[in-house]
Every structure is written in C-alpha cells, then in structure tokens.
Design a protein around this ligand. Structure first.
Ligand code: TNX
Length: 555
C-alpha cells in the first residue's frame, strides 16, 4: 500500500497545511459554496436534488472540521450522498467491524436508513458504500491516523489501527449535515463534499480533565462529556477523583473513604456522591469504546482532607478533621512519616490499577503547602515505587519533578506562574510533559468579566486565548519533551452537566486542535470560522456551549 512518499505524490493536488497561501484557497472555496451547487450522482443512483440552502457546511472539505486535518483536498464536483441503499463495509477484521457497527448506529436514527454492515475480505469498494479498511500500510499514519477519500461512489477510510478508523469516522461525522446528530428522523439529503484527507495527530496525549470532587457528577454526565470529547478526537479523560472536598471512588479495603469522604462537596456535607467500582468500570468502558483512555487521579499528599476525615490515622496528629466544603487549597497532608500512609496508598493504587486498563495512575502532588519540602520528595519517590509495583506509570502535577522520577513518568505542567521551572525540572530528567498551563488551558477560568461561573485566578481565558498558544511554551520545551496537552475543568463553581458544557465548549475544541494539528498550521483567523461551524452540530447534540462574541456563530 501507499508508503509516505507515494502518499505525498498522491496528495500532490491536495491543500497542504504546510503552505499558508492554501488557506486563502480554502477560504475562497468556502465562500463560493452556494445552494446552486449542482446535484451529484454516483454509481447507478438517480440524481438527487439539493434542498434549498447549502447541503454541506461549506465548499471546502475543511470548513466544518475541528481539529484541522494535516492534509486535505476538496473536490466539489464529487460529492457522496448517503441513501437507504448505502452499505457499510468493514475490511477485513473484527476491529474494523466494531467501528463500522458504531458508525451505522450513529447514522441510523436521523437518516432512518437500514445501513447494512458487512465484513469483506477484499479491499474493493462496492458502489454506494462506506468502506472502513484496516490495511492502510502507511507508517506516517501511525495508530491514530487515517486516509479518507470521498468520491461519487463511496466513502473510503483506511487506517493502520481501529483508532485511526474511529477518527476517520469522526471526520466524516463533521462533514455530514449537523442534523445527523439528532436521534429522530429528519429529512436529508445526507451529502458530503468530495475530496481526500490524510490525517494524523501531533501528540499522542490529547486530554480533558474533569474534577468530580468539588462537585460530584453522575456517570451519565461523564458519559455525555465523553461523547462530546470524542467528536474532536480527544483521547484521554483524566478524572480528578479525590480532593479536600470529596473522595469519589469506592475502595474495598478502605470503605469509609467513599461512605464518609464521599458525602461532601463544595457547599454541602450531605451532597456529594461517589462511583462504585461498577460505575467507574462503566465509565472506563464507555470511554474505551470511543478510544479514550481514562487516567484516574488520587490527589496526594495534599488535597487529602476527605481521606483524613475518613481515616484519622492518615493524619500526623491522628485526629479526624471535619469534612471540608470550602474552596481553599493547601491545608491538608497525608502523614509522610507513617507506615500506614503507604499501606493506604498501596491498597488504593492496587484496586485502581486493577480497574484501569490505561498505563497511567495520576497521584496529584500539587499545592502540597502543608507537607514539608523534604517530606514531599520522600513521599513522591515512595509513591512512584508503589505505582510501578502495580505495573503503571506515574503521572502527577509538575511539582512532582522536585523528586527523582523514572523515565516513564509524566509531569503535568499547570503553574504558569513558575515560568516553566517545574516543567523544565521534568524535562531535565527525561520525563515527558503534558502541557496544561492554567492561563490558557484551564476551562474553569472565566471567559471574561461577565462570566458568572468559574474562577479567574489565572486571568480571563477567552476562546481565542484558549486557542492561540503554543504548548512549546516559547521554546522552553521541545516537541519531543511533550507527551501532549490537557484542558482541566475544575468544579468549585460547577454543579450540572450544563455548567460543564458551558465552560468546556467552545474552548475544549481549541485544546483538542492544539493536540492534533501541527502548530505551524494553526491560526485563530482560520480556526474561528471552523469553530463557528460547530454551532449547529452542538445545538443538535444538546451541548450548552458559550456563544462567545469572538466568534461569528453559524445559526
Ligand atoms: C488549582 S491547578 C488547583 C485546583 C483548583 C484550581 C482552580 C492545580 C493542580 N490545583 O485544586 O481546583 O486551581 O482553578
């Protein structure tokens, strides 16, 4: 199959994202889209009359896409229309079949089409089909890349691995009319503009963090957020499962953590909640089905009031503090000198590791202002050994790089006020960084002075500000030092799914694009219109996004 050089040759006519003038072409093509675009046919199908108004989100294939693909070419003379006779073909493996079945399930409610799914061993695309092939054979695509061709006769997506097929499907989804997202029958036509996309991510870690401690969110809310994240090719959900205000996961060996420590949240000693092991497993599986890896966080040695309140022996003074429902940080610490601290940690990590298929266990490590500095280093090194003993890699907030870390560890950089010191301490010992600087990536920071939800200690974080930054941090770190990016959503002020959505969207889409699209190809000027095009889709999906005045939203 096509190797990298052949791929480049095949794409000679493509719009290269490496060529800035091509954005001019893209914009021109987008603005030339009109309702009078001729109806197209393919195979033996009869001509389909376009409805009044644009049938596709814009002329250029990239007009409605987030993240922006690496390479894209538009062929407006060759659109594909989904019909009642369209077949979805998986070639050749069970992995492709799973993605094909999911695609059919996604497309059936709005179209009302049967969309038969078949598995074939040969790569030929029958007319009127969407073909998902696990035979790309192109190493440049990696495990997450895909090669998508849309012609009159078929939509053809090939990839090296199922994740790539899934991302090709998310792109196809964004190319279809927004009403494909609704769960009841709506009139088509279901047309996608012709062309080709060859695409793969910049970073392997493209994360969202959700704080379920300051306020607790039930499984169904987390699953809705996962659905929304998957559309933008986010592949990590970091769950912040413990903090001063609440402990959110049942642990068999330490039942009081959830029973007592799970009862509080900000503003309430009788609210809160926690995930049973079955709940947590349901979230992990739901995410996995969308190629999202869950990274669980048990925040230690600080941010532990809920644990100390549940088991006073973890406190140096042996006294249980009351449950905490305020918003302060930095006042609690596990007792670093006590053996029981490591018995506790070992039990928690053991159970968590058994429930978590992903490689990372995040042990927090932020803002441990009540832990003496030397104790902090001792603690992190012991905690790292515990994580390793359970077959996982340690992840922590970048403060952990004050300790000696093993190479597979990951430091999450949030504190932009330290001017890169904590991330460089990680890099200096060969540890990779996930960039989550609070002044750009924090989704809990207010958009502006009119935002009623959220905090603003890191400054206002407008939609443009959350997009227009480079995770290389002005050259403090190099591309190779970064595992990826993440957007944390802290929940001191957030109580409902609608609150989560309002703070996450549209900014999360920008972080997703930073994680996927090469830095050189990104600009606010070309991003803003594509972001604007998400409005109808998010509306159909029921996403309560913030209609920032920085964006000329498509109505
Ligand atoms: C800082 S950033 C925290 C959280 C708060 C957040 C609020 C970090 C690692 N810790 O405990 O929730 O600010 O924005």
């Amino acid at each position: 199959m096509a190797g990298p050089l052949l791929t480049l040759a095949l794409l000679a006519g493509c719009t290269s994202r490496g060529n800035p003038p091509s954005f001019g072409e893209t914009a021109a093509a987008a603005s030339s889209a009109s309702p009078s675009t001729p109806a197209t046919t393919r195979g033996v199908s009869a001509p389909v009359e376009p409805p009044p108004g644009p049938a596709v989100a814009g002329g250029a294939i990239t007009a409605s896409l987030i993240p922006l693909p690496v390479l894209a070419s538009t062929d407006e003379s060759a659109s594909f229309t989904l019909t009642a006779a369209t077949t979805i073909v998986a070639v050749p493996s069970a992995d492709a079949r799973v993605v094909a079945d999911d695609l059919a399930a996604l497309l059936r409610p709005a179209t009302g089409f049967p969309l038969r799914v078949v598995t074939r061993s040969d790569a030929a695309a029958p007319d009127d089909s969407i073909v998902l092939r696990l035979d790309a054979g192109d190493p440049t695509l990696g495990n997450e890349g895909y090669d998508l061709t849309i012609s009159h006769a078929s939509v053809d997506i090939s990839a090296n691995a199922a994740a790539g097929l899934f991302y090709g499907v998310q792109t196809l989804r964004q190319l279809l009319p927004a009403s494909i997202e609704v769960k009841h029958l709506v009139p088509g036509p279901w047309r996608v503009v012709g062309g080709r996309i060859v695409d793969y991510p910049r970073f392997t870690y493209r994360g969202a963090m959700l704080d379920v401690t300051r306020h607790f969110f039930p499984v169904a809310d987390v699953e809705r957020y996962i659905d929304e994240l998957a559309l933008d090719k986010v592949n990590v959900l970091h769950l912040h499962l413990s903090d001063d205000q609440g402990w959110r996961l049942a642990v068999d060996g330490w039942p009081n953590l959830a029973a007592h420590g799970g009862a509080s949240e900000v503003g309430s000693r009788t609210g809160g909640g926690y995930y049973t092991k079955a709940d947590y497993t349901a979230i992990v599986r739901y995410a996995q089905a969308r190629f999202i890896t869950v990274v669980p966080e048990i925040d230690t040695p600080g941010h532990t009031n809920a644990a100390l309140s549940s088991y006073p022996e973890l406190n140096c003074n042996g006294i249980a503090p009351p449950l905490y429902i305020g918003e302060q940080v930095g006042f609690s610490s596990l007792c670093v000198g006590k053996a029981v601290t490591y018995k506790f940690l070992d039990d928690v990590v053991s159970e968590l590791a058994a429930l978590t298929p992903g490689p990372y266990i995040h042990l927090g490590g932020d803002e441990a202002h009540s832990t003496p500095a030397s104790d902090y280093v001792t603690y992190v090194q012991k905690a790292a050994q515990i994580v390793a003993a359970h077959g996982k890699q340690l992840m922590g907030w970048a403060e952990i790089s004050a300790a000696k870390l093993s190479p597979g560890s990951v430091a999450e950089y949030w504190n932009f006020n330290d001017r890169g010191v904590s991330e460089q301490a990680a890099v200096a010992q060969g540890v990779k960084v996930v960039a989550a600087p609070a002044n750009h990536a924090y989704l809990d920071q207010k958009y502006n002075n009119l935002t009623t939800l959220g905090l603003n200690w890191a400054g206002y974080n407008s939609v443009e500000n959350a997009y227009a930054w480079d995770p290389l941090d002005g050259g403090r770190v190099s591309e190779g030092n970064l595992l990826g990016v993440e957007a944390p959503l802290w929940s001191e002020t957030l109580r409902t799914l609608a609150d989560i959505q309002y703070m996450a969207w549209p900014r999360m889409a920008g972080i997703a694009e930073i994680g996927w699209t090469p830095q050189s190809e990104r600009s606010w000027a070309t991003y803003a219109p594509r972001l604007a095009a998400q409005a109808p889709r998010w509306t159909e999906m029921g996403v309560n996004f913030y209609r920032s005045p920085q964006v000329a939203w498509v109505s």
